[in-house]
Ligand binder design. Structure first.
Ligand code: MRU
Length: 373
């Protein structure tokens, strides 16, 4: 994705020092564009937990690079000591955030690759680096393909509307910033815009951390996509008045049965879409599927974050990034970070392999190698 005309991914190895991982500090966006160096697993774990980087795909890529940093830092005296250290760092990374399944998926993929490399520490470090790069490249490529499949939905609506702008509503940031490139929910939007199909995006602000207002709006703006930020509760009204043609959201974990965990508030958008006959799609790369759990509401762990994220709001005041209290000082606040949208409310899933219905049969037809359940 281009930022002021220059192409960036959201995570990469420093050009002249491949022992350093570089990320864009998302805590500072949209006010400041700052690239941060990470050289230790502890720094990577903090970056994930504090949401300097965030979003399911990027969390997965960060876990991949985090495991490469783990390999670089591990003791070199013996292979068993090296492996034990890397495995312990994997547990540290996995503990940072519970809901996005990409995190554990990437750590486990790295552990397998490092274990499978020849019994030589240099070879194991090289394998960790190759695997981190492969996870990142795959994420970018899968999101590109999600765009190619998902753009058909927008094209079809555009044809039906005689070329009038297609209004897409999205929640949170499932954009380029939440992945390595392109994004999941935004990939079809960028593909449509690049193909000259008029598209306009309703951007849910996404309290409490405002990933929509701060991040989605910023990246759509950088790409020149027309958009309007709305307060979280606006979507239902817009749908009742025919002002939303399509909802596309991302997901932090989708079960092979079709239940979808995504940023808190997604469920309410799905209910409103269902009530108003608005198609509700979820875009995801296969790294966001959970092939084990069956019942989203009962089984998906929902992260609870600190109350201060609800009580304080960040913003820019006279050029300075500040935070202000928006509740009575003593009121307690609860901060459930995700909710689950049952499969019955989801029109379809847009994956790197194509579009399918949100049910076990349709999902497993796209991923037949997972059929052993
Ligand atoms: O808590 P965050 O910002 O990491 O939230 C995760 C998300 O980015 C969203 O829920 C998103 O829609 C999922 S798609 C990456």
């Amino acid at each position: 994705m281009n930022v002021q005309g220059k192409h960036y991914r959201t995570i990469w190895l420093k050009q002249d020092d491949p022992t350093v991982v570089q990320i864009i500090d998302q805590q500072l966006l949209p006010y400041h564009f700052v690239v941060v160096d990470l050289t230790t697993v502890a720094q990577m774990a903090t970056a994930i937990a504090d949401m300097q980087l965030r979003g399911a795909g990027l969390i997965g890529a960060a876990a991949g690079y985090g495991m490469y940093l783990a390999a670089l830092q591990a003791p070199t005296g013996s292979v068993p000591a090296f492996m034990a250290s890397v495995a312990a760092d994997g547990d540290t990374l996995k503990a940072t955030r519970p809901t996005a399944v990409n995190l554990a998926w990437a750590v486990d993929r790295q552990l397998q690759a490092i274990a499978a490399a020849p019994d030589d520490i240099r070879a194991k470090i090289d394998a960790a680096r190759r695997t981190a790069e492969a996870i990142a490249d795959e994420d970018a490529e899968f999101c590109r393909r999600i765009g190619q499949h998902g753009v058909r939905l927008i094209e079809e609506i555009s044809r039906r509307k005689g070329g009038q702008a297609v209004n897409v509503l999205t929640h949170c940031n499932a954009g380029w910033l939440a992945f390595v490139d392109f994004g999941s929910a935004t990939a079809p939007i960028y593909a449509a815009h690049d193909a000259g199909i008029p598209v306009h995006v309703w951007v849910d602000e996404t309290r409490p951390r405002n990933q929509g207002a701060r991040l989605t709006a910023w990246e759509l703006g950088q790409h020149g996509v027309p958009h309007t930020v709305i307060a979280d509760n606006t979507g239902g009204h817009l749908m009742q008045h025919g002002m939303v043609d399509l909802v596309i959201v991302g997901t932090d974990r989708t079960l092979y049965t079709g239940d979808v965990a995504n940023k808190i508030g997604t469920y309410l958008k799905a209910l409103a879409a269902h009530d108003n006959g608005v198609p509700f799609y979820v875009a995801l790369p296969s790294s966001s599927f959970d092939w084990e759990k069956r019942d989203g509401v009962k089984e998906i762990p929902i992260e609870q974050r600190g109350a201060t994220e609800v009580k304080l709001m960040h913003g820019l005041y006279r050029g300075e990034a500040v935070e202000v209290l928006v509740t009575p000082e003593d009121s307690p606040a609860a901060n459930y970070a995700f909710d689950v949208t049952p499969a019955r409310l989801v029109t379809g899933l847009v994956t790197e392999r194509g579009i399918c219905e949100a049910n076990e049969g349709s999902i497993l037809n796209l991923y037949p190698e997972k059929k052993q359940h």
